[in-house]
Design a protein. Sequence first.
Lengths: 333, 506
Amino acid sequence: MKSIKKLVFGAVSMVLAATSVSGIAVAGGHGWEPTKPIDFIIMAGKGGGADKMARLMQAIVEKENLSNRPLVPTNKSGGSGAEALIAASKASDPDHTIMVTLNSFYTTPLRQPGLKIDSLSFAPVARMAEDTFLLWVHKDSGLKTFAEFLAKAKADGNKWVMGGTGKNSEDNIITDFLNENYGLSMKYIPYKGGGAVAKQVAGKQLNSSVNNPSEALGFYESGDMVPLVAFTKSRLPMFPNVPTLSEVFAGGKQISWSYFMQRSVVGAPGMSEKAQAYYTDLFAKVYASKDWQTYKSKKSLMGDLMSGDELKAYWADQIANHTKILKASGAIK
Amino acid sequence: MDILASLFNGILVALEPINLGLAIVGVIVGLFVGAMPGLGSVNGVAILLPFTFVIQGFTGGATSPMIFLAAIYYGAMYGGAISSITLGIPGASTAVATTFDGRPLALAGKAHLALVAAALASFAGGTVSNVMFTAFAPLLATVALSFGDPEVFALMLLAFATFVGLGGDDIPKTIFSICIGLVLATVGFDVVSGEPRLIFFDITGFSHGIRFLVLAIGVYGIGEMLWTINTSRYGSSMSNVDVSARAIIDAIKDFRHAWRGTVIGSLLGFFVGILPAAGATPGSLMAYGVAKLTSRNPGEYGKGSIDGVAAPEAANNSASTGAMLPMMTLGIPGSPTTAVLLAGMVIWGLQPGPLLFTNQPDFVWPLIGSFYISNVIAVLINLAFIPVFLWMLRMPFTILAPLIFVLSLVGTFAAYQDMFDVWLMVIVGIAAFFLRLLDYPVAPAVLAIVLGPIAEPKLRQSLLFSDGDFMIFLNRPIAGPITVIALILIFLPLIKLIRDKMRQSA
């Protein structure tokens, strides 16, 4: 009974911690420490890849007692991240507002200049990982290689259906790339989340997808979904037999191309340098934790920790790259 | 027999003191967040997710944390009915349909009947779905996979068809109400085109769409309160309720009159629950619609039908168990709450997917066992506390009205921490009051807002598949029959109307 009482007490104190100020203090060597719960904005809906990661980060901070104030996650998924970007840039207390971002961190401001958001005005805290993309088909399609896929998709024309998460999203960018460079005319149908897309492929409603490994893993393990090619720079340790796009000669050509999705934590525009240093240090500890490293390798995430000016330079590079991609596909002028 | 043996072992694990204790605490937490307007099971599990790491550190496995969260989920489904019935504000979006008849029953002094029916129907719904889950989980996963976009749209069409019968006899006004709901449902960013729609005055709040809970609290909290002020000009208490044990026992006996709603709710709720994208809210609303449509006395609905309380309550419990199925076997959440549970499973190091049942029997079976245990705990606790809930109804309206107003404001803010939602809720409440004054049914609009955001992308994704050919809804083996039934239901009132006219003229 004693253990149960302890748990009840724990539950109550946890609610209090999550809703108001919590008590456990941690000795830190910084000049700045948060003085109230930290607003932790998630740029995507509940249950998606970004959400799972954000909640894992929160859990690690909680578990390892890394911060004297709790992270309070709020999902702002509206308008491919537009809602989150606006909320963060209008934050009344930038020192206590951080956000988990994906590639919509660059693409949404590019596609909607009316938002007047400059991605580079956010404080770089930490790039926690880069998520990877693979091309998936159903095992019953009988396709074994990327070359076979190209032949079949070409023959089917616009009867070949690719599903993805949202219009002009990462998935759409990859689909456009394949259509353009290999002379395909695959049809792209947008869905609300990566999990829903994987389910449609497993249920044979869609012909193919470009899911992240974490979204398709369950169906990969059961053998329903087969990866044909990885859009990475080198082969993924989890899929050693799946070639990268750059190494395959198919459809009469060999194209060196890779595409990633950043998983970064950013600070609200106007965050003080001291606060930025605090969060950089906090997320470096999260990154180094065993839980994060296990998750990273289990879900085939790539990319090392990046922060400060290096991260800012990475963003500038990505923005230039996405401007080129979106212009080529006609999404922006 | 394999399944029975696994289940038996699972129940034994779920009955271990630590797991049993967690289930009891979870159910109580769930009852509380469920009964608080604005807070639902999703808030409960999201807030307590970090706490599960404490449990995991304590017990080692992923089983105990999951039992705890599942118990919260269960408890919240029971709890939602409490404020729906006693205050008229839906405790959670899943309990909106419970207000349709629970509220009139409470106003007529029969709140004890409604509360008991809600508790027992929830228990029945939970039990039916537990049995189906235990027996057919892998098979049902295949059914869920075979539901593509046209199938889900056909099902939504069927749901709309049952609504036409929801708004009383005035069909044009019902259709008008559905249309208002559908228009409001399109606000926000469109999934298929990626473009913003109806972002009035460039207000950021509209970019995430109009949240269902905001509307539900507006309509049933503020709107209902204004209506009560308008109709009852006396300062007396809302109703005289009998809180004796005798009355409760009589109410339990009376529950047999609600068997029809309970059966419909349990079966339909489970089926809707297992389809990814749907979840408990559409499940309970559809169950209410079907129960009314097939009833011999549809006129009773909305005025205080026990069946009208039992159907949605059985359905929301049944659907919440059902929604666990795609989450565990396909890795796709069927509702916002299961999305958080899914995140939990991943964090605890489990891989949801078709192999979960084979690879993780030590996780799956105790969890299923705990569904049975939590269900029993929830119904017992709920029945025991009914007299306490009934005391709330003894409050004079002059105290209750400000209380409802404050709870509506706090609840709306608590759900998403957004002041925009609070203002919108008040405006919606006032608008709903005037609609009601003009004799427009509000329920169909509320239902349209739940199903619209599911139906619309499915319609457009289907048409993208077929290059704009509507035959895709008729020439597929599952979608076809559902579409035909839906169309018949939609045109039935019209045929009736014409037949009556012809008889009159003859």
